[in-house]
Design a protein around this ligand. Sequence first.
Ligand code: FNR
Length: 193
Amino acid sequence: RPLRILIVGASLRTGSYNVALARLAARRVGETGAEADLVPYAELAVPDYDADAERADGVPPAALAFRDRLRAADALIIAAPEYNHSIPGSLKNLIDWTSRIKPQPFWGGNGMLLSASPSLVGGNRGAWALRVPLEHLGMRVYPEMFSLAQAGQALTPEGEFVDSKLAGRFDTAIEGFLELVEATVRYADLKRR
Ligand code: FNR
């Protein structure tokens, strides 16, 4: 069966660079023969975490839907903006809610982190910050990250890479991750036999 990759571009902004990066990742995933499930970020909107609300009503439907999509996928790719050298509050809130579900949905999964920003660092500090909760939750976060610097100039208005060399590096990074995911899935299948 083809690999299935859940992809999140963690920004609501019209013309988001990170959503553009998520779309490029989805396209590359598709080109390798795998399936991409690109989630619109608005579908992952959850209220602020509140333990009282959790006790009364349980985990919100959007977090349960995210868990379902995670469960249906072999891996997760997140393209997230860097806000104040860290991750967007909405993304942390989504991770917090989702982490309350049993069995804990991130545990043992494969993840890859992308970022894009107008800065020269490309939001890479945000990607490092995103490793903290995901690795804490037992996700195997791919060592290589892809951070797109000066995203406004690096991407066309249609969301394509301006520089073909950079496009090639992006594709290679995505392919490297998919190879690892494939190996993990095949090993798990072998062990089950
Ligand atoms: C930012 N931005 C930003 N950029 C960056 O490179 N480092 C940073 O620390 C921050 N901090 C920050 C805080 C807040 C609250 C906002 C709203 C923005 C700029 C950010 O990278 C830019 O808005 C991107 O365009 C956001 O990503 P999307 O929406 O284009 O995907």
